[in-house]
Each structure stands twice: as structure tokens, then as C-alpha cells.
Design a protein around this ligand. Structure first.
Ligand SMILES: [Zn+2]
Length: 415
């Protein structure tokens, strides 16, 4: 069965050249087609173009026609950094912060990541799955069509596996494209506070073999930061992950620049994430690498910490994507429309740069650039159509509004 969607006022981010990502000045480039159609079959995009060039229908019995009602069609958001599998929200800590405590002080009180770890230990896998699926379904309605999800709220073998099994089940049952990341090195669990090297041994000798045997992860991640894991620990954990086929992604330079960017890039990480605090050496580390930066403006927004210098990445021709960092502590929203608005309002990116950063560049950060991120023949039919709006710039300008009218994932209409 073929589906044809017509009366699209503008089709955004079409690409015939199978670009991998856009960087530098090229981020200002965005293809569009006015008065467009798109054809999909078996979950894939099979044709698109100007309505005037549409060849029409060969077989009416085998074709479904959908009217886009003059909405604008965008490829689905590709959100390359989330922690959406968690047990409980943490608004109490949010309140502590409003009452004057810092993120670090809350962590020292046993809050933060350790609080989430206690809740994960208590919850059963089925309930964790249900809660996570509900969150994921909510993100689908906000335009997300590909997502990376991390573990890291377990911090022991059993709980880390519980989270990763939930992610695996989401992969099997959701129409969203999902990549799974093992983040055992997210924080030191309470029992290992003074025994960091023993915890790292546990990650390497117990958790990684179990993950490998159940094929539970695509990537490995480390929180490389003062008070968490240093550069030496990060390299050790990344190397152990690589030995079982997990490429690296790291949390680096959120609060301090301690050399994690360079170490991650030298160890062939797919992406380095956060990068709120960047120095010259950190920028130079990207030279001649295929690593992409992942910027997380809603985390900066929520914590009130500095924003990553996105314009500097453009000036230096370093590719970056914008992701939500959806998690209960520092970014309790995975709404990529809002992330896009922050990209413009706080990172000062224009609409074309934001769209590239949240679609094809996000896809690249999950190695989905050949399947998602642009409207291209042969790619997955993951896209959304807005209500009638005056221009594509309007989507992010009109922050806080849900303008998405129709959603397609793998060619099926979800909304
Ligand atoms: Zn994160």
C-alpha cells in the first residue's frame, strides 16, 4: 500500500546527496520545496517533490491519499542524548535548589543521580517499562522520531541491566528508532564512595560482560567531571567498552574543562556531549576528527548554568547537534520544539542552523544519518506535519506552542 501526502505548503530539509551532517557556514543551508507532495511505501520515502511534477496515481486501490492541509513537513527530530528510563521525578530537589542549594550540594546530600539510583533499585522492570513507554509516547507527539537513551541510574549490575532491558523492550515495541547507551560510570554509588577503582572494576569485569551477552547496548558513556570520573578513568572505561564493540559517547565539560574532550576524541568517541565550558585546547581537539559535539541547552536553562558556545562551533566549522538531555534532575523535559527554541533564543542560532542541528546532525550523532534526519528517497518515513503556519521559522519562534498536527513514523500515521 502506497501513501501519498499532498498539499504540503512547504517540505523542509529534503536532500538528494545523502549528506552526513552540516557544519560551519553550511549550517545556513536548508533545502525546501513549496507546494509539495511526498510518497511513502513499506515504511520508506519513495518520492517527493513539487505538486506540479507529481505523476499521479497508478493504482487507486493500492494508494491512500492524505491531505496535509497546507501544513509544513519537517523530518522528525533526532534527539541524541536522553536518560528517559527513570523511576521517579525529582521535583523535591528542584525545590531544594529554589531554596538555595547548588546541584553539587544536592548531590552531596544523597540527592541527584544517587536518589534516582535508589528508586531504580525499588521499581520492578515491568512498571519501569510502562512509565518509560508513556514518556516516549509523549515525546513522539512532540515530534521526536529517533532517540538515544542511556542507563546510569542503576549503578549496580542488577539495576543497570534492568534499565538496559527496558530500553531494549522499547526498541522492540516502539516505532521510534532507538539507540541504547550504557552509562554505568554516571556517578559513584554510595557503597563505593571511597573505592572508585573497585567500582570501575565492577563496570569492566561484571557489567560489560553481562551487557555483551544480552546485546543490551550500542554505546558506552562516562561522566568525565571533577568529583565523578577523571580523564584516566574515562579512557579506561572507554577502552573496555570498545573491546566489546561499544563506541564511546561522553559527558564532558559540563562544569569544568579537565581534558575529557581531547581524551574522548582520541578514543574515537562518536560524540562528546554537554560542552558548556570550552577552552582553546578543547576546540582544537576536534581537528581532523569525525566526532560531533552534542549541546544540551535545556539543561543549561533548567540549572541556570552557562550555555554552550554554539556560534563558536560554527565559526570553527565543528559539527554539533542539539539534544534534550531529558532526565529527572537537570532537564525534566524532552520536548525538542523547546530545545529548538532555546537554540535560537539562547544559543543565537538561526532557524536553518537549528533545523540542521536537530535533524541530520542529531541523526549523525546516533549513526542514523543514512536512515533518518532528512527527507530523502530510501530513508525511513519519519516526519511530522504542522498546522498551517506562516513559515518554517515560525515553529521555533512560537515557543511553548504545540504546532504539530500529523505524525508519521516508519510510514505509519501515529497522529
Ligand atoms: Zn546526560
Amino acid at each position: 500500500m502506497k501513501t501519498v501526502i499532498k498539499n504540503i505548503s512547504k517540505l523542509v530539509q529534503n536532500d538528494d546527496n545523502m549528506i552526513k551532517f552540516r557544519a560551519g557556514n553550511d549550517m545556513n543551508h536548508l533545502n525546501t520545496i513549496s507546494n509539495a507532495f511526498i510518497e511513502i511505501e513499506d515504511g520508506l520515502i519513495t518520492d517527493y517533490g513539487d505538486m506540479d511534477d507529481w505523476k499521479g496515481i497508478d493504482d487507486w486501490n493500492q494508494t491512500k491519499i492524505i491531505d496535509a492541509e497546507e501544513g509544513i513537513l519537517f523530518p522528525s527530530y533526532c534527539d541524541s542524548h536522553t536518560h528517559l528510563v527513570y523511576a521517579e521525578s525529582r521535583e523535591n530537589e528542584f525545590n531544594d535548589r529554589l531554596n538555595g542549594l547548588s546541584y553539587q550540594e544536592i548531590a552531596e546530600k544523597g540527592g541527584g543521580i544517587l536518589n534516582s539510583a535508589l528508586k531504580i533499585a525499588e521499581i520492578n522492570e515491568d512498571l519501569l517499562y510502562e512509565k518509560s513507554l508513556e514518556r516516549l509516547n509523549n515525546l513522539i507527539l512532540q515530534g521526536t522520531g529517533a532517540i538515544e537513551i542511556k542507563s546510569g541510574y542503576g549503578l549496580n549490575l542488577e539495576s543497570e541491566l534492568k534499565i538496559l532491558r527496558v530500553i531494549k523492550k522499547l526498541k522492540e515495541n516502539s516505532p521510534v528508532s532507538i539507540k541504547s547507551t550504557f552509562l554505568g560510570a554516571h556517578a559513584l554509588p554510595i557503597d563505593y564512595r571511597e573505592k572508585k577503582s573497585e567500582y570501575i572494576d565492577l563496570i569492566i569485569n561484571k557489567m560489560l560482560p553481562a551487557i555483551k551477552s544480552e546485546n543490551l547496548a550500542d554505546y558506552i558513556d562516562v561522566f568525565c567531571e571533577k568529583g565523578y570520573f577523571n580523564v584516566e578513568d574515562t579512557i579506561k572505561i572507554l577502552e573496555a567498552g570498545q573491546k566489546i564493540g561499544l563506541k564511546g559517547k561522553t559527558h564532558v565539560n559540563q562544569f569544568n574543562s579537565i581534558g575529557g574532550v581531547k581524551a574522548s576524541i582520541e578514543n574515537k568517541c562518536i560524540s562528546v556531549d554537554h560542552l558548556e565550558i570550552m577552552n582553546e585546547e578543547d576546540f582544537l581537539a576536534f581537528k581532523d576528527s569525525s566526532c560531533i559535539a552534542t549541546l544540551l541547552p535545556s539543561c543549561s536553562f533548567f540549572l541556570g548554568i552557562p550555555y554552550s558556545p554554539a556560534k563558536e562551533f560554527i565559526k570553527r566549522n565543528i559539527p554539533f547537534n542539539l539534544a534534550s538531555d531529558y532526565n529527572p534532575g537537570s532537564s525534566p523535559s524532552g520536548n525538542m520544539n523547546f530545545v529548538s527554541s532555546l537554540g535560537s533564543i539562547k544559543l543565537k542560532l538561526n532557524a536553518e542552523q537549528v533545523i540542521n542541528a536537530t535533524t541530520i546532525n542529531g541523526a549523525y550523532a546516533m549513526e542514523y544519518e543514512n536512515e533518518l534526519g532528512t527527507i530523502s528517497v530510501g530513508k525511513k518515513a519519519n516526519f511530522f506535519i504542522t498546522k498551517p503556519i506562516p513559515s518554517y521559522q515560525y515553529l521555533h519562534y512560537s515557543f511553548g506552542e504545540n504546532l504539530i498536527d500529523k505524525i508519521f513514523l516508519e510510514g505509519k500515521q501515529i497522529k
